[in-house]
Design a protein around this ligand. Structure first.
Ligand code: SF4
Length: 341
């Protein structure tokens, strides 16, 4: 069985059985509970779900930014085959920026408002490459041009506040590309932008990923963004992956009742979904995740077993071959989907 997406090469990033916990006065809360996925070179994996689903915590775990009282309590994360979840903080700091780029929702969290964008780009390039300052500045101008900043020779000396929101996000993307990383995490990269600018930024991420062969994990609550950008999508719910597969398959034929509800919530894609389902209720708090399937209180299809027995987590392991149906690599964690197709 192909353990990755259809036709995938060796994965750039591999997450296996990841568990992230937070130690609180109310006890140990499990924010990520057995998450596994892989992303190949040049592939965009969209990770979608409501607020609290565990999307951003998964991203933070990959880049080594789970701070106490949080902790990685299980599983492993590999970059190009080498474990990175157990590295000392200093080694992980070097990997961030050099081998893993980051694009966040608010460009101002990535850009220092007091420094010209060119200085920030050049400093990052100097940190991560052996280029001379002059060559680093030329590289920064090239990068600004590549991400679509007009007149980059002039704009390189501007301050972040002199750029529009969309242009600032382009600068952040250039910053993330400075060290030519193998892998980029883009966490809600377009949420703060106008709809027309969103489309441009999505197209830019998509193009850069393809051209450079960079693996991208695109975290968003917006299924429309995923449908436009991603090759595959992982639908997360309450710290678990409910469904994963090629984006067209999951959009057209969602199998998990939660994923069906999410697809019904995308106006532009609703007509392509097999059925439209509204999702009643809300994502459970971490200290109130119900036994059995975490989605069972909201699920119109729940059976008695759903309230006591958790569906087997989706894992890149041959044992879950029986979950492979509809299309290769399309897998779902739901008792009802376990019956032979
Ligand atoms: Fe619904 Fe049960 Fe499937 Fe969970 S396992 S999504 S409760 S049918």
């Amino acid at each position: 069985m192909n353990l990755q997406g259809p036709g995938m090469a060796e994965p750039v990033i591999s997450v296996r059985d990841l568990v992230v916990e937070f130690v609180t006065r109310r006890g140990v809360l499990r924010a990520i509970d057995g998450v596994s996925f892989e992303i190949a070179k040049g592939e965009v994996l969209g990770v979608v779900g409501e607020s609290g689903a565990g999307k951003s915590v998964t991203g933070a775990a990959i880049i080594g930014l789970i701070e106490p009282p949080g902790r990685i309590a299980g599983g492993e994360i590999r970059l190009e085959g080498a474990r990175i979840d157990n590295l000392p903080a200093e080694a992980m700091r070097r990997i961030r920026g050099r081998r893993i780029g980051m694009i966040f929702q608010d460009p101002l969290t990535s850009l220092n408002p007091l420094y010209r964008v060119g200085d920030q780009l050049v400093e990052t390039i100097l940190t991560h490459t052996g280029l001379s300052p002059r060559a680093a500045r030329a590289r920064a101008i090239d990068l600004l041009a590549e991400v679509g900043i007009p007149a980059p020779e002039r704009r390189i000396d501007g301050y972040p506040h002199e750029f529009s929101g969309g242009m600032r996000q382009r600068v952040v993307i250039a910053l993330a590309l400075c060290a030519e990383p193998d892998f980029i995490i883009a966490d809600e990269p377009t949420t703060a932008l106008d709809v027309s600018v969103q489309a441009q930024i999505i197209a830019l991420i998509r193009r850069l990923c393809r051209e450079r062969g960079t693996a991208v994990m695109l975290v968003t609550h917006d299924m429309g963004v995923i449908a436009e950008t991603a090759d595959r999508v992982a639908v997360m719910y309450a710290g678990r992956i409910a469904e994963i597969g090629p984006v067209r398959d999951v959009v057209k034929h969602p199998l998990h009742p939660y994923a069906k509800g999410l697809m019904g919530a995308i106006p532009t894609l609703a007509s392509e979904a097999e059925e439209l389902v509204q999702i009643p209720g809300a994502m459970p708090r971490l200290d109130r995740i119900p036994p059995g399937c975490a989605f069972n209180p909201r699920c119109a299809l729940a059976i008695a077993r759903c309230r006591t027995e958790r569906p087997e987590p989706i894992a890149p392991h041959p044992a879950i071959a029986r979950r492979e149906h509809v299309e290769p690599g399309h897998r779902v964690a739901c008792h009802l989907a376990e019956a032979p197709q």
